[in-house]
Ligand binder design. Sequence first.
Ligand SMILES: Cc1ncc(COP(=O)(O)O)c(C=O)c1O
Length: 392
Amino acid sequence: LVYLDHSATTPLCAEVKQAMAEAMEVAWANPSSMHGAGQQARRAVDRARDQISAVLGCRAGELIFTSGGTEADNLAIRGVVSRHGAERGRHVVTSSIEHEAVLATCRDLEQNGLIDLTVVDCDRCGVVDPRDVADAVREDTVLVSIMHVNNETGVVNDITTIAAAVKEKNPRTFVHTDAVQALGRVDVRIDTLGVDLISVSAHKVYGPKGIGTLWHKRDVALRGQMSGGGQERGLRSGTENVIGIVGFGVAAERATARRETEMARQGQLAAYLRKRLTATIPEVWLADPDLTVANIVTAAIPDVPTEITVTSLDREGICVSGGSACSSGATEPSHVLRAMGVEQRYRNGPVRMSLGEQTTEQDVDRVVAALATVRDGARELIGKGVVPVRTA
Ligand SMILES: Cc1ncc(COP(=O)(O)O)c(C=O)c1O
């Protein structure tokens, strides 16, 4: 199997598996229980909280464990709006290239009349311009939510400049970033970014699925969205996912320790992939390598729909995905490529190849050869009128 879909999810690494297996033996009790077994589970949660706070450079007590990046994004947006909307204003700014966890949450609040929403577009390279964000900020803007690394293109937004520009325009506006694709790939330390809230998730860094965290600055009070036992300082009720949290702590620490060497290695492989792709399929569209995270190569072959590429490669034992693998089976043209103004004939066919720790040059050679075969086959079918070329 050639697995080039690490932005969709990563396999559990050996260290995480071992830590989780140990936790299953010794930390299975309820961390809220007063007895020794419960306190052992509590210590396991606290250790993971320390590991993740070291990665983000924040205080351990400012992290809220959630069921993943989606819930962390929801909690950030809904939690800020419901707590501060009345006093600071109900205007929210986001971008058109956000993950659905942010975009759909904002749209839901807007449709329910709870916020006024401004959606800022990206430029033709897929980057959100800090000036556009600052221009959109108003007196009554309570929250700006802009993603750090885009999950479809790998484009990295300059969150530091965005946060500074927003604060300059309105110091009372909170800034959130979805850093789910950024953890383990770029610097996500809060003092570098200058934001008030960050969402991250374990399963993009060789940790388990179903666990993530929201960091919020101490003075950004939130309203929890789950009623219940009052865990996580009352901000996320429900017995903690202790085993997942332990796995997340180890995964975050490990990914951060290996970040520079791994990104240098994967960056070289990504450059090799782009070189081979443009030599083999000269008409290919590629996201700008200077603007993207090291491990993501997003390409599009004109007039070859994503579904055809992904399923054909799958038959060859190669896993890649279309733009947004999170919404499984989605065949909609990419909203991100549309926002970038990419030509229609490329827009239906983005293929995201996201490299990982196990990826080799041989894997790259195999995917390029397979893509060339797909291109030839699809052209033949299109010639016979079998593959409909989308025009809308
Ligand atoms: C940018 C981004 N945000 C949020 C999420 C959702 O995270 P989770 O799968 O942990 O809910 C993803 C998942 O792919 C993502 O890429």
